[in-house]
Ligand binder design. Structure first.
Ligand code: KIV
Length: 275
């Protein structure tokens, strides 16, 4: 059965940990879905790990729609969440609703995510009123990295921590079905998780969140530029790729690839007719 917002709500009620993982392409999404991950986020992090930008700011809606479509084609059960990129919901409520609608209509995903709390609450409310599930995202929101002065932990002062609690409450009141807490102190994430009724999904926010989200490239070790402190590499896929590419390169140069096993035969008589 396909995952719905009701299922996610039910998981929180039962105290079942909610797993969210990013995916950006058909083949990876298929594996993530087959494992049983209920929430697949096509994060704008793809700008960094797939497209090589140095932040998520240059990512366009067309790039997001393209990758979200590919992920949707690979998924049978999970809920696919499209991440609204920078400046696609900031200008007006109408712009936010129109672009959230594009994700649903043009990709077939089942929900959208956007960054911000109190300042985007009205937009979240109106998108939800259109029938589109919304996941919130507060804490170290990468689209505000210029404002934060880098990818810095958020919520260590009374002022910022209190504002974050208000942000979480505003998202819940606006109808968000879950909220991502990114790079915030564990104790604050614990408090927010206690203070709201929708699931909190942490990334660098400790173990007490209702669920966890990670970037797939960090989990499988395919992004070699850097490993964030909150990530755990369960494999070193970049090394597997390097080894395979090196062997292919060496064998091709040496003339030992391809062999008969990779070739195709044709009828001898036809060949003779060609000579
Ligand atoms: O873009 C992304 O992958 C995200 C997650 C890290 C939450 O926003």
């Amino acid at each position: 059965m396909a995952v719905t917002v009701n299922k996610i709500r039910e998981m929180k009620e039962k105290g079942e940990k909610i797993v969210m993982l990013t995916a950006y392409d058909y083949s990876t999404a298929k594996i993530v879905d087959e494992v049983g991950v209920p929430l697949i986020l096509v994060g704008d992090s793809l700008g960094m790990v797939m497209l090589g930008y140095d932040s998520t700011l240059p990512v366009t809606i067309e790039e997001m729609l393209h990758h979200t479509r590919a992920v949707v084609r690979g998924v049978k059960n999970a809920m696919v969440i499209g991440d609204m990129p920078f400046m696609t919901y900031h200008l007006s409520t109408e712009q936010a609703m129109r672009n959230a609608g594009r994700f649903i209509q043009e990709t077939g995903c089942q929900a959208v995510k956007l960054e911000g709390g109190v300042t985007v609450a009205e937009k979240v409310k109106r998108i939800v009123e259109c029938g589109i599930p919304v996941c919130g995202h507060i804490g170290m929101t990468p689209q505000s990295r210029l404002q934060f002065g880098g990818f810095k932990i958020q919520g260590k002062t009374l002022e910022v921590a209190s504002r974050m609690i208000e942000d979480a409450r505003a998202l819940e009141a606006a109808g968000a079905f879950a909220v991502v807490l990114e790079t915030v102190p564990t104790a604050l994430a614990t408090l927010i998780t206690r203070k709201i009724n929708i699931p909190t999904i942490g990334i660098g926010a400790g173990e007490s969140c209702d669920g966890q989200v990670q970037v797939i490239n960090d989990v499988i070790g395919s992004f070699a530029d850097f490993v964030p402190k909150h990530a755990k590499q369960y494999a070193k896929v970049s090394e597997v790729i390097r080894k395979a590419v090196t062997e292919y390169y060496n064998e091709t140069r040496a003339g030992t690839f391809p062999t008969d096993a990779q070739g195709f035969k044709m009828d001898e008589s036809i060949l003779k007719g060609l000579e």
